[in-house]
Design a protein around this ligand. Structure first.
Ligand code: GTP
Ligand code: SPV
Ligand code: MN
Length: 606
């Protein structure tokens, strides 16, 4: 589309201003059509950037630069006017200074490239919970991913009208081309020290420079739907969370909706799509990464999935672990940093079968496939953060109501992470504030979803929002406490802490996870109905003996006992660490309610 078709004065003025700075060869307004997607993809195939996959209709593989494979938390900024408002867990640069630095980088950054203007909506177009953004980008890869991940184009412009609100999002890969120069089939991006993923919370603006990957570049996702939206949610009394949303149906046909916050690459997509191993239960998907929740007139919290696709972790996904995800990316999908097989399909570690013959690894090297589907650490054929981008509507278990503009009423919140010790398989908070306490102490081993030298080490990741909260985390905790005062206890979701990742002394997972997590979901479902299936312990409510269905489960009675009991010594260390290292970070902003919960927990464990 031609820019002159844009009838929104403020958007047009902003775009014109960005054109002046970035100096693209041409400007193009996206309509979000299939024809547009196909044309852009064909251009990327012709230029050697994308590889069509013979085995998957309308699907392609991209290989990024080895330096541009995941989110860059060290280069991510919350540029609030006051440093204190970004808080102790975010990087901060003065917004005026940051804009100066970035404007220099943006100057002429689109030479030799097209500037694409993407009008997009987070959430169903027309939903009172949805919000609109414009992403300017010089990456056709970003455009195609955004078309899958969000609602793009004409229908969004119609909903926006001539004066609707939008979040301006500017993105460049940060690699201007000289006259006659081309990318030559190489993924364009800037050096690490020139990458900036910047949020300006007061202005509700996003500026991203230098990376083409995932959350760094698809600005509707983490930058808007979490970092900026969390600020809006604080101001307007709702929740923008790093949560999956699932629909759970019990054998009697009763339905409950559950959300879960687990850190990056800790199992949201898998839980959202799981196939229960216990008879009669059913899981359907509403969302796999982000939930926006507002109170309905009935005093309950209603959640929508602001996204329209999945940007899922590829390694570990198989017909055995997550058949629904495998089905979702059968066609019309984009694969990034997966391996390529001789017959034109993708492959990754733990895909469930070994590859045959030669594989092209994610760096583009041709290597002999191994006779198994595992690879030694550091020698993976697919990058550990390789991803698939797939339309949500292709998911066989997508819930019919996944695009309901009013959202779905939530009965339970889960928190979790990768904790090899201490944290049991499941426990339930004693109260709302105790649940907020549990969210605030979430810890997890850092995964490959972030470029970090901490990968594998346990770090605190409160509410799985450490990299995604757009303001002071202490104020965020307080916001959660306040949400609990807005309605009655019985209308609030019940809060649970789960851990699928306990390890034994040899380092093996003690719980089979995946489909067997349905056994825990069933217990949670019944807890929400206050069934007599729990015992009160020092740390909260836990399953009564036999209350978790273990029929056909391949876990020894001793292992079950261990993951379902209170590790008193472990919890004492946990409390010590929270008291000495975690809570002091938030200073006077730590809500007193959380310190009271910590003291009370310590008292109960004495
Ligand atoms: P993001 O998209 O980064 O936010 O990740 P996510 O939370 O959606 O994680 P995802 O479901 O994609 O899982 C990440 C990795 O954890 C994959 O390799 C999964 O196979 C693995 N995983 C998921 N669920 C389980 C589980 O219950 N047990 C074990 N052992 N591994 C799991
Ligand atoms: C995450 O890291 O939590 C993701 C992937 O969901 S990304 O979109 O890259 O942030
Ligand atoms: Mn995520």
């Amino acid at each position: 589309m031609n820019l002159n078709e844009l009838k929104h004065g403020k958007a047009r003025a902003w775009i014109d201003e960005m054109v002046k700075i970035c100096e693209p060869d041409q400007v193009y307004l996206c309509d979000g059509s299939k024809a547009e997607y196909d044309r852009l993809m064909q251009e990327m195939i012709d230029s050697g950037l994308a590889i069509p996959l013979k085995k998957r209709p309308n699907s392609v593989l991209f290989r990024s630069q080895p330096s541009d494979v995941a989110r860059v938390e060290g280069r991510t900024y919350i540029a609030s006017q006051k440093e204190e408002d970004a808080g102790p867990t975010n990087n901060w640069i003065d917004p005026v200074e940051l804009k100066k630095t970035m404007t220099k980088l943006y100057t002429g950054c689109m030479h030799g490239r097209t500037m694409y203007v993407i009008p997009y909506c987070m959430g169903p177009v027309g939903s009172p919970i949805s919000k609109i953004g414009f992403e300017i980008t010089d990456s056709a890869y970003v455009v195609c991913n955004m078309i899958i991940m969000t609602r793009v184009g004409t229908k969004v412009l119609e909903a926006l009208g001539t004066d609707g609100e939008f979040v301006p999002c500017l993105h460049s890969v940060g690699k201007p081309l000289a006259k006659g120069e081309s990318d030559n089939g190489q993924w364009p991006c800037a050096d690490m020290e020139n990458k900036y993923i910047s949020q300006f919370p007061e202005e509700r603006t996003i500026w991203s420079y230098g990376s083409g990957y995932g959350g760094n570049a698809l600005l509707g996702k983490k930058c808007f739907a979490l970092r900026i939206a969390s600020v809006l949610a604080r101001d307007e009394g709702w929740l923008a969370e790093h949560m999956l949303i699932l629909k759970l149906t019990n054998p009697e046909g009763k339905v409950k909706y559950v959300t879960g916050a687990f850190p990056s690459a800790c199992g949201k997509t898998n839980l959202a799509m799981l196939i229960p191993t216990i008879p009669g239960w059913k899981v359907e998907t509403i969302g796999d990464d982000i939930a926006w929740m507002k109170f309905g007139d009935d005093g309950r919290l209603y959640a929508i999935n602001p996204e329209a696709g999945f940007f899922g972790v590829a390694p570990g996904t198989s017909d055995q672990s997550n058949k629904n995800a495998m089905e979702s990316c059968k066609e019309n999908s984009i694969f990034t940093n997966c391996a390529l097989t001789e017959d034109g399909d993708i492959w990754w570690e733990l895909i469930g079968y070994p590859a045959k013959g030669k594989l092209v690894d994610w760096k583009g090297n041709v290597r002999d496939a191994l006779p198994k589907d595992k690879s030694p650490k550091g020698e993976e054929f697919a990058h550990p953060n390789a991803r698939f981008t797939a339309p949500a509507k292709q998911c066989p278990c997508i819930a019919p109501e996944w695009e309901d503009p009013k959202g779905v009423p939530i009965s339970a919140f889960l928190f979790g992470g990768r904790r090899p010790s201490t944290i049991p398989l499941v426990h339930q908070a004693r109260s709302w504030n105790h649940g907020v306490f549990l969210g605030s102490i979430v810890g997890s081993e850092v995964t490959a979803a972030v470029i970090s030298d901490q990968v594998g080490q346990v770090r605190r990741d409160p509410f799985a929002m450490l990299p995604f909260c757009g303001y002071h985390m202490g104020d965020y905790f307080k916001h959660w406490i306040n949400i609990g005062k807005k309605t009655t206890a019985e209308k609030l979701p019940k809060i649970f802490y789960v851990n699928w990742f306990r390890k034994d002394e040899e380092g093996n997972f003690m719980w089979p996870g995946y489909g067997d997590n349905s056994r825990v979901l069933a217990w949670i479902f019944d807890r929400c109905d206050e069934k007599d299936n729990a015992v009160e312990t020092e740390i909260g409510f836990m399953p009564k003996d036999g209350a978790i269905n273990t029929d056909g489960l391949d876990v020894s009675a001793e292992a079950m006992k261990e993951i379902l009991s209170v590790d008193k010594e472990g919890w004492k260390k946990e409390i010590d660490d929270i008291r000495k290292n975690h809570y002091p970070k938030f200073g006077a902003k730590l809500p007193k309610e959380l310190m009271e919960e910590l003291d009370a927990l310590e008292g109960r464990l004495k």
